[in-house]
Design a protein around this ligand. Structure first.
Ligand SMILES: [Zn+2]
Length: 208
């Protein structure tokens, strides 16, 4: 973007923190950032399908707010700093020894409603040669997991994802905004492994 345009945009839309609205250069201001609680580095191994699960921050406080504001309030200024955090964490925790990085997909109807897939935005700072969003599709619209009982959750997601034949023999790292119960990730992993993926793990911005 030419500099004059950037300056004009700054004048029209002064930059502010996407979480507390404090005016400043950063999309996440230092006090909000310091509220993010880093989780221990251990990998969770929730199931047979999913080989590991890693969340960077506890899903609470400002970190939970970041996830919700991006997804439900469309505060897309948060996507870039969150994407940077994820890419950096993936490298530091040696999670990039994979063949493909795949954002957890949303159904096209959800895409029309929201205008973007937050998980796809969160992969934007990963090495481009690893990005392969087309390997996994959400073929069925599902209800938001938060509103359902554990049993309903399981049924809600069954058969919701379909993987491409191209995943055969690949190690896949899924990226999502949240990793809590792990059900969504497990369903993704099931679909990927059904097509021959040899390893599937997930890295999420926040979890518990
Ligand atoms: Zn702030």
């Amino acid at each position: 973007m030419p500099q004059w345009r950037e300056q004009l945009l700054d004048l029209l839309y002064p930059r502010k923190c996407g979480l507390c609205s404090y005016f400043g250069e950063q999309a996440i201001c230092p006090p909000c950032f310091s509220d993010f609680k880093v989780l221990p580095e251990a990998r969770r191994e929730p199931s047979q399908e999913l080989d590991y699960g890693v969340s960077i921050y506890a899903y609470e406080g400002r970190a939970a707010q970041a996830v919700q504001r991006l997804k439900y309030e469309r505060v897309t200024s948060l996507a870039a700093p969150m994407a940077e955090i994820l890419a950096e964490a993936a490298e530091q925790r040696t999670l990039l020894e994979v063949d493909a990085v795949v954002p957890v997909p949303i159904h096209w109807s959800r895409w029309c409603q929201r205008g973007f897939n937050q998980s796809e935005m969160l992969t934007e700072k990963f090495p481009p040669q690893l990005l392969a969003p087309k390997l996994l599709k959400r073929i069925r619209a599902t209800r938001p997991q938060v509103s359902l009982t554990p049993e309903q959750r399981l049924r809600n997601l069954q058969g919701a994802f379909s993987a491409s034949d191209e995943v055969a023999g690949l190690r896949v790292l899924l990226i999502d905004d949240v990793f809590t119960s792990g059900q969504t990730a497990r369903e993704c992993a099931k679909a990927l492994k059904a097509k021959g993926a040899i390893e599937v793990g997930i890295l999420a911005f926040a979890g518990g």
